[in-house]
Design a binder for this molecule. Structure first.
Ligand SMILES: [Zn+2]
Length: 449
């Protein structure tokens, strides 16, 4: 009960302790869990860990034995010294995933195969031991304590096809903190999300920005009740400030964000009640913001590519892995007092599709969602650019079949692209109008054909 009060009045309750700090203390085996870790002790611990990870990977992984062949001194005096090490790419993993393994395959509890596109055309395979899956559950337990509490009902719009899938790990984490999870594995079926919402009156909703936005829109159209939701966690994919604000004002709740990827064991950073960036899971991953061309560190506050080194993984450690995501470190101190650095939630993919025009970075799925927030029937959209002829084709899922609103969406999109050089024509197509959308769980992007 006390904790709820703290979260509700977070700006005034400086004494609130970030649950991620408690996890960090446990991870560092800090001799006294009551004494908070400091930035200095955390950084010293990380540097020592980086040394251990490099030594371990050189010795046990075929890939790093070769990649770090010329590295004889692994004692890093600073993060700057570490940033001169070569980077690992997604294509390195696609090419020979078994070369990354540092343990016997018998020690691997879960293999994740990602079929996202890469230059080699091969899927990306990542291996996790049971200890690593347990670490993720612990992160979900402590991370969710930033926004949910014992006794809360949490509607989770996430997949769980296997026992250690993201949805299943989150359910375990929520159960550990005493919350009651309600898992909906097919949130493209927004009508069912709404039925579960009405049945369970969740205190908290977790899902992608697109799925939660669609649910918010459908709820708004079908309910004149006060929302039970106190907090929302947007995860899996990037979100925009306007969409976050829309969800906050519609449900009168606080919106939190999470960043992570399979390569970071499905967890990476989560915002605290102060909402000023996402605190990194710094006792499991070491995050560098880097110049994408050189791989060297950029100063805190400047945008660059997120490069990740795993600090605790024994099955398939990754050293300076290029995520392809761009963000920046927030420099001012968080009022929660946590020593864990914060990543800006403004995350973008760095690489653009071949043939993409210059304006392609501005016209993102989030930018289109943002534009269409005010259209009452709008639920979701998928866009693709046809280069010849130059057409931006947008398929719009709506809560009801409304040719009038589709035509106003067409006009909004024309206004959006008209100032662009080489502006495309707009072709707006009706999608589903039966309480379903076509988003799925792939990270959203505008494809170029
Ligand atoms: Zn904070």
């Amino acid at each position: 009960m006390m904790q709820k009060t703290c979260v509700k009045n977070a700006e005034q309750q400086i004494a609130w302790r970030n649950p991620l700090d408690i996890q960090a203390t446990l991870d560092m085996k800090h001799e006294n869990a009551e004494i908070p870790v400091t930035r200095d002790t955390l950084e010293a611990w990380q540097l020592a860990r980086l040394q251990q990870v490099c030594t371990y990977a050189q010795k046990n992984s075929i890939f790093y034995a070769e990649k770090l062949r010329e590295l004889s001194d692994v004692s890093f005096a600073s993060g700057e010294a570490f940033s001169h090490l070569p980077r690992t790419t997604a294509d390195d993993i696609r090419e020979a995933p078994l070369n990354f393994l540092c343990t016997s395959q018998d020690d691997i509890a879960r293999v994740v195969t990602l079929t996202t596109s890469g230059s080699t055309g091969k899927p990306k395979r990542l291996f996790f031991t049971q200890d690593e899956l347990d670490e993720t559950k612990a992160f979900y337990d402590h991370g969710m304590r930033c926004l949910a509490h014992s006794g809360d009902t949490v509607l989770a719009l996430l997949p769980a096809p296997k026992p250690d899938s993201v949805g299943a790990l989150l359910v375990d984490g929520l159960t550990a903190l005493g919350a009651s999870p309600v898992l909906h594995q097919n949130p493209d079926d927004v009508a069912t999300s709404l039925a579960l919402f009405k049945q369970h009156a969740p205190d908290c909703v977790v899902g992608t920005a697109a799925h939660v936005l669609a649910l918010t829109k459908l709820w708004q159209k079908n309910s004149n009740r006060v929302s039970p939701v106190k907090s929302v966690l947007l995860c899996w994919d990037a979100s925009s400030p306007a969409v976050r604000k829309y969800i906050e004002s519609t449900w009168n709740c606080r919106v939190y964000t999470h960043w992570g990827m399979t390569e970071t064991s499905l967890g990476g950073a989560v915002s605290c009640p102060f909402g000023r960036g996402m605190h990194l899971r710094e006792t499991n991953i070491y995050v560098e913001i880097t110049d994408p061309d050189t791989g060297l560190l950029v100063p805190d506050g400047e945008r660059g590519e997120i490069v990740v080194t795993t600090l605790t993984r024994t099955g398939m450690p990754l050293i300076r892995y290029r995520t392809g995501d761009e963000s920046h470190i927030i420099t001012e101190q968080c009022p929660c007092g946590s020593p864990l650095r914060r990543l800006s939630p403004e995350i973008h993919r760095i690489s653009l599709p071949i043939n993409a025009p210059d304006w392609f970075k501005q016209i993102t799925p989030n930018a289109i969602d943002e534009l269409l927030l005010s259209v009452p029937s709008f639920l979701a959209q998928q866009a693709q650019l046809r280069v010849a002829p130059n057409i931006l084709e947008v398929t719009v899922d709506m809560s009801t079949n409304s040719p009038q609103q589709l035509s106003s969406i067409n006009e909004l999109l024309c206004d959006l692209v008209s100032p662009l050089q080489t502006a495309p024509d707009i072709l707006c197509l009706p999608g589903k109008n039966n309480g379903n959308i076509s988003i799925g769980f792939a990270k959203r992007k505008i494809s170029v054909k």
